[in-house]
Design a protein around this ligand. Structure first.
Ligand code: TXA
Ligand code: MG
Length: 340
């Protein structure tokens, strides 16, 4: 495969954007950075190209994809009804950025993208490379996260090559992504009803409510702790191979869990905030960041979840967070990472 480093100079940047756009127009796959995580892109209007995404990722075909656009002019042909009042406000406030909106789909959107639903997910990313590639390709780009299905989403080009090396035409290396967690998904497909959050992410519930001046309905079907206790294949997203266990409460509770596990002969890693470093002793310690800095914690989370699989440990204990602001998205991903 081809790794293009975009930070060399202006000419290299141009070449890299041109190459990516060329590959996309040829109905092949390109992995590229966005401000959330790396995406695995294909021409979103080509059934043939989009099918390759499902093959390469090992993604179930009933899981629909997000179409990435560069301008509002690209939105209108994809959706059926005029924009609802709420949709307009959310677009005004948060695009370009880590917000995906669900609209009624037009006939132009191939069923392979929507998994046969009558709605379509659309996002206008803010990352300059993503924007240029979409503009140059001049088509909406279908792109899920560029990981093998079930692995944590990639926040660095190296993560993409770990999972997809040799299976995509190019990987565009734009360094680390900013948010580190996927976009917030909000359903605005029914103009009569208030928008619903389907997946928490980079844009928080609080920010959405402030922009709209109303309370949000959160309908994250995968969120609850119950699902972690009885994980079907459906919920095995974002999972490292290592057993992940979430631990509430003060650091002495976590230390007790670590000690018990070690007594059983297990090797133990602990993912904790920097405030706890002095208080926790384990075989491996992953520092998530300062407890007050959820942004840093979310931007490094997937990197830690990938790193732990390369360590010689049997179990990872992760400290939990209050489900406010970004804490909501962080906990959502941690629930999914935790095996029963
Ligand atoms: O930040 C992101 O959103 C990243 C970057 C690459 O843009 N993409 C991403 O895509 O996370 P993916 O495929 O990993 O997640 C897309 C989510 C899935 O949970 C999918 O079920 C949901 O969006 N989705 C897509 N179309 C939908 C629809 N029509 N109705 C409801 N949910 C939909
Ligand atoms: Mg994904």
């Amino acid at each position: 495969h081809l790794v293009v480093d975009n930070y060399v100079d202006e000419k290299a940047w141009r070449e890299c954007v041109g190459k990516a756009a060329h590959i996309l127009r040829a109905e092949e796959l390109v992995a590229f950075p966005t401000e959330t995580v790396y995406g695995l892109g294909a021409n979103g209007l080509s059934t043939r190209a989009v099918k390759k995404i499902f093959e390469v990722k090992g993604r179930p075909s009933d899981n629909p994809l997000i179409l990435h656009i560069g301008s509002l002019a690209q939105l209108h042909p994809l959706i059926r009804a005029p924009l609802s009042f709420h949709a307009e406000r959310l677009i005004e406030h948060f695009w370009p950025g880590p917000l995906t909106l669900i609209f009624p789909a037009s006939d132009r959107v191939p069923p392979v993208v929507t998994a046969g639903l009558d709605t379509v997910a659309v996002r206008m990313p803010a990352h300059p490379l993503a924007r240029e590639i979409i503009a140059e390709a001049d088509v909406p780009i279908a792109a899920p996260s560029a990981n093998r299905s079930g692995k944590p989403s990639p926040t660095r080009a190296e993560h993409v090559s770990e999972d997809l090396d040799g299976r995509v035409a190019a990987i565009i290396d734009g360094g680390s992504t900013g948010y580190g967690l996927e976009s917030t998904v909000v359903d605005v497909s029914d103009g009569e009803r208030p928008p619903r959050i389907l997946r928490p992410g980079g844009i928080t519930e609080e920010e959405l409510e402030e922009a709209l001046g109303l309370s949000m309905v959160v309908e994250d079907r995968e969120r609850s702790k119950q699902n972690v206790r009885a994980p079907g294949m459906k919920y095995r997203h974002y999972s490292p191979d290592t057993n992940v266990k979430l631990v509430d409460g003060p650091s002495k509770d976590m230390q007790a869990r670590i000690d018990e596990a070690r007594k059983r002969g297990e090797k133990v890693a602990a993912a904790i905030t920097s405030e706890r470093v002095e208080k926790i002793s384990a075989d491996e310690v992953l520092i998530l960041g300062d407890a007050s800095d959820l942004q840093t914690i979310s931007s490094h989370l997937y990197n830690h979840l990938r790193a732990v699989d390369k360590m010689d440990v049997d179990v990872l204990f992760v400290q939990t967070f209050t489900e406010k602001g970004l804490g909501k998205a962080i906990m959502n991903r941690l629930y999914k990472a935790a095996h029963s």
